[in-house]
Design a protein around this ligand. Structure first.
Ligand code: ADP
Length: 680
């Protein structure tokens, strides 16, 4: 038997010893042979001399030539090679880059022997298959059919590649959100322990559990696929378990205003089952059902005993799944909506894991769905009663705690702390309660805060409250963050409000997209509290500059190139024109203006206040006074009382008072002061 030759490229001195230790038996039996190189350059030299090497185990950080550069060199070589990258645990950026550069797979440090061995076996298997394919191709001239098959295979590989790369992107997003909360809250605790220790600690625990859960799911999927997962069965009443799981989802369902019900005609169902795996399966299906169902929908979990098997169905009234995708959703990494702004987060492994777990349990899963109406997932599990019976509360294994989003304290409505103060108001549009809470902890001393859990609600709140600032997430149910920005920026009532996009998507393309849709600033997660504070303060400052622009109730003659400012100019011009049209009508007040402009009282008031710093009645008076000044200059013979009536003041005394308030002089004094200029 010819041993597999594997080239290990690593600068760590004890690598040779470790490999020797791990693979001692295989090496002695000459099943495998390891060759070592200290860096990329050395590896290239070894490869040139030895044409039999076809698997590489490659570290990333090395002197002289690092792993990623070596990978690029290998890509240029006309020979079959499979490279397995060895990377630090959790270094997603490197993993992603190496997979994009054509690495076959990766293992993380500290190296798990079983994991490494499975990965090498997989690489060998794939190599052999490819070699056989090549040999066959050399022997036969390619027929049309063979050509088509090759094409299909290439297409398949390309698709798989895209799925993989999307998976890594998704995964890094999934990591970024909890990391934001963990990093942020620990900084808060360090700054003010007495205020944040307890709540911060809870949030950190929860979010760390979420990360752990993600890692576990990925590892479980690997274990299942390599046949290394075992069942730990005991016999108990599964109904109690399922009822409990369904209960634990109530608060998540409530945050989305979804009714979640549990239906069964059975009193009890005693059967053998693996507790943790049942949790994992129902947890995945219930989270999906709630995640993909809009506000106000319904999710029903029903259970029945069919004699030989248990039937569990989860129905939702959500968005549904197109028919041609029904089989695909069980594939690893597959998501119906692969776009960067799709609803909610996720990695696309939940259903793959669910299906594998069910195979292990000799069960089955089916899905039916009508797009726009909802989906129904049905699970059948064989009922056996071979294990010893256990009463609930007597399980030896510790209770499984599975994280699901939305169980944290809901932070909706205004922050009590700032409710009565005159702080600038800030609306947070974000679906992850952990992030919302962290933002509150950062900003509640400086802003009057309120929040909305999705894009739709966010737009509604923005139109109603007209806040001074908005922070929005991108990936959210309903409308995504880009749509929120676009809607608000095109609406005259809210176009002036600065919007900060806060998101796990940190790449240049999404940043550009944000700006194109009109966002004023963009902050990637995890963000730094100071940076966020400075950004927000700067945006308020820019808005104050806008107020200077309209300080006379006029639009400066120099027009702006900025379309955003043009839009605000148009608003002021329209309001002014309406007031001037009714200049001599003393009854033309805020109400009439609001009707003419098609705005509500609050909207008009807040918009004018934001742009000019003046309330609507003060703005109207200001326009009247400015018009009065113009008239006085244009016609020196007009009496002050005449001007007062002509500009909508029914009482000349009142006109005098208002005029002095704005100009610091009475109308006649002002006229005198101006006259040398106007006559000269
Ligand atoms: P994830 O939820 O992490 O994206 P899953 O493997 O759990 O991954 O699901 C894969 C895809 O199947 C989802 O992205 C979604 O497009 C679709 N899907 C799953 N469950 C539902 C459901 N109840 N309603 C609509 N679509 C669903």
């Amino acid at each position: 038997m010819i041993p597999n030759k594997i080239l290990v490229v690593d600068d760590e001195a004890d690598m040779e010893e470790l490999i020797d230790l791990l693979f001692r038996r295989d090496i002695r039996k000459k099943r495998v042979m390891f060759i070592f190189a200290k860096n990329g350059k050395e590896a290239l030299e070894v490869l040139e001399k030895d044409p039999d090497i076809d698997i590489l185990l490659c570290d990333i950080n090395m002197p002289v030539m690092d792993g990623l550069s070596l990978l690029r060199e290998l890509n240029q070589m006309p020979r079959l090679l499979k490279t397995i990258m060895v990377t630090a645990y959790g270094n997603m950026e490197n993993i992603r880059t190496s997979m994009n550069e054509g690495a076959f797979d990766f293992v993380t440090k500290p190296i798990d022997f079983d994991d490494l061995k499975t990965t090498i076996d997989k690489a060998t298997h794939e190599l052999n298959r490819q070699k056989e394919g090549e040999a066959a191709r050399k022997q036969l001239p390619l027929t049309q059919k063979a050509l088509e098959e090759t094409d299909q295979r290439a297409k398949f590989l390309e698709e798989l590649d895209q799925l993989k790369s999307r998976f890594f992107t998704n995964l890094s997003h999934e990591f970024r959100t909890p990391l934001t909360v963990i990093l942020g809250m620990s900084a808060q605790i360090a700054k003010d322990p007495s205020r944040w220790l307890q709540r911060g600690n809870q949030l950190i625990q929860r979010n760390s559990n979420h990360l752990l859960d993600l890692v576990n799911q990925i590892l479980d999927l690997r274990k299942l696929e390599s046949g290394q997962m075992e069942l730990r069965l005991h016999q108990a009443d599964i109904l109690i378990e399922l009822r409990y799981i369904s209960e634990s989802f109530q608060s998540y369902a409530q945050t989305k205003n979804i009714s979640l019900s549990f239906q069964t005609d059975e009193q009890e169902i005693w059967m053998d089952y693996d507790r943790e795996k049942i949790y994992r399966i129902t947890n995945n299906l219930l989270s999906n059902a709630i995640k993909f169902t809009p506000q106000g929908g319904q999710v029903i979990l029903s259970i029945s005993n069919q004699g030989t098997h248990l039937l569990l169905t989860i129905r939702d009234t959500g968005m549904g799944i197109p028919e041609d995708q029904l089989t695909l959703i069980f594939d690893r990494f597959y998501q119906v909506d692969g776009s960067s702004t799709r609803e909610g987060e996720g990695t696309g492994i939940g259903l793959a894991l669910t299906q594998e777990l069910l195979k292990l349990m000799k069960g089955d899963i089916k899905v039916e769905s009508t797009p726009g109406e909802g989906s129904k997932f049905s699970i059948a599990l064989p009922i056996t009663q071979n294990e010893p019976r256990i009463l609930h509360g007597q399980q030896k294994d510790k209770p499984v705690e599975i994280f699901h989003v939305g169980t944290e304290a809901e932070y909706t409505g205004r922050s009590a702390y700032a409710a009565q103060t005159a702080l600038p108001s800030l609306l947070i549009i974000e679906d992850n309660p952990g992030i919302v809470e962290y933002l509150y902890s950062c900003l509640e001393d400086q802003y009057e805060l309120f929040s909305a859990p999705d894009g739709e609600a966010g737009i509604e709140a923005a139109l109603e409250q007209v806040p001074d600032l908005i922070i929005t997430d991108v990936m959210m149910p309903g409308k995504n963050g880009y749509e929120v920005v676009e809607t608000l920026k095109l609406d005259e009532r809210t176009s002036h409000i600065p919007v900060v996009i806060l998101t796990a998507k940190a790449d240049q393309a999404s940043r550009l997209e944000g700006f194109q849709r009109g966002a004023d600033a963009y902050l990637p997660k995890p963000f730094d509290q100071k940076e966020l504070e400075i950004r927000l303060a700067k945006l308020l400052e820019i808005r104050q500059r806008l107020q200077q622009r309209y300080q006379d109730g006029l639009v400066p003659e120099a027009s702006s190139e900025d379309p955003q400012i043009q839009m605000e100019d148009a608003f002021i011009i329209q309001a002014r024109a309406l007031i001037i049209k009714h200049l001599d009508d003393s009854n033309y007040r805020g109400d009439a203006l609001m009707k003419a402009m098609g705005l509500s009282r609050t909207n008009l008031h807040r918009k004018l206040k934001a742009l000019t710093g003046l309330s609507s009645s003060r703005f109207i008076r200001k326009v009247r006074v400015e018009e009065a000044c113009k008239m006085m200059l244009e016609d020196p013979n007009l009496r002050v009382s005449e001007i007062a009536y002509a500009t909508g003041f029914s009482d000349p005394k009142y006109f005098n008072r208002v005029f002095s308030e704005y100009k610091g002089l009475s109308p006649s004094e002002w006229r005198k002061q101006q006259s040398p200029k106007s006559s000269g």
